[in-house]
Design a binder for this molecule. Structure first.
Ligand SMILES: NC(=O)c1ccc[n+]([C@@H]2O[C@H](COP(=O)([O-])OP(=O)(O)OC[C@H]3O[C@@H](n4cnc5c(N)ncnc54)[C@H](OP(=O)(O)O)[C@@H]3O)[C@@H](O)[C@H]2O)c1
Length: 270
């Protein structure tokens, strides 16, 4: 596994997303077995960074992740667990309650990283960060971050966080370069902030990208692996693909080991 070293931490370049684990916006018992099995294989394959949220399956993704972690017998210290507070819970008391609830569902004493999931119009960031900073002081959360924040909100968050802000988690993939265009990626790279790329392989047009197809074919790997390698080879970028399929899970982990040439990076970056 390749790591990104930042703020005295080593974070895997490839983590595991949990959106649709246990359901989508509500628990869905029909995906229970499939979800537990996906988490089990991810843990067995060596994923250690898991990304979840109170929003995912209305908390059930966290419950299943907690269950899978306990069953794995892995020591807490080898894992890096991220969860997120939803936009409707950004008031002081709500943030504290949301975090307690996430910890309870996960069966953990602390989160490695806690993010504001989405900004909300009219939110009072200083109040939200007062609660987040308190969670860090109380040892419930090790590090803070945000998600889906534009440059202005990201800068405000950096100023309000009493510990160095660890990440902005945003959509970033070959077909979605919003974070390049709006300056968020450059700001993160210049200010020791991780950019966690979500939905890295989701878009169907990965399949129709000819450069991707050519490079993948020449190297005997899949286009999704090249798409991931292109992301995580960029400084300060990590990613959290999600897959129910153990073969895809293994391929995604292995993608971090692919070293693209400068020419390949440029061709893909066009
Ligand atoms: N902060 C936010 O607002 C936000 C928003 C979206 C997502 N996220 C996080 O980011 C994670 C990943 O994003 P995502 O789930 O939207 O998209 P994604 O991981 O880019 O794509 C998931 C889809 O791609 C397929 N897939 C994964 N690896 C593959 C491979 N190697 N080859 C072929 N197909 C592959 C999966 O199907 P199979 O199961 O068949 O492999 C699944 O249908 C989420 O689970 C969540 O934790 C955060």
């Amino acid at each position: 596994m390749k790591y990104e070293t930042i703020h005295n931490l080593q974070i895997p370049k490839i983590g595991f997303g949990t959106w649709t684990i246990g359901g989508e916006t509500a628990p869905d018992l029909s995906v229970e077995e499939r979800s537990l099995s996906a988490l089990r294989s991810a843990l067995e394959l060596g994923y250690t960074h898991f990304d979840t949220a109170e929003y995912y399956a209305a908390g059930h993704a966290e419950e299943l992740l907690g269950q899978a972690i306990r069953a794995s017998g892995l020591a807490r210290e080898v894992l890096f667990i991220t969860s997120k507070v939803s936009p409707e819970h950004l008031q002081f008391d709500d943030v504290l309650r949301s975090c307690e609830n996430s910890l309870h569902r996960l069966g953990l004493d602390y989160l490695d990283l806690y993010l504001i999931h989405w900004p909300k119009l009219g939110m009072k960031l200083p109040e939200t960060f007062r609660a987040l900073n308190q969670l860090v002081k109380a040892g419930k959360v090790k590090r803070l971050g945000v998600s889906n924040f534009n440059l202005k909100l990201l800068k405000e968050s950096v100023a309000l966080s009493e510990t160095p802000l660890l990440t902005n988690q945003v959509s970033y993939s070959l077909p979605d370069r919003t974070c390049v265009e709006n300056g968020v990626l450059a700001y993160c790279q210049e200010n020791e902030i991780l950019l966690t790329a979500y939905s890295p392989v989701k878009r169907r047009n990965i399949k129709s990208n000819k450069t991707l197809q050519t490079i993948a074919k020449a190297r005997g790997v899949t286009p999704e692996q090249i798409a991931l390698a292109w992301l995580v080879q960029q400084p300060r970028v990590i990613s959290i693909p999600m897959s129910f399929n153990p073969q895809h899970q293994a391929e995604n982990l292995a993608a971090a080991e692919i070293v693209l040439t400068e020419t390949e990076m440029e061709q893909l970056g066009k």
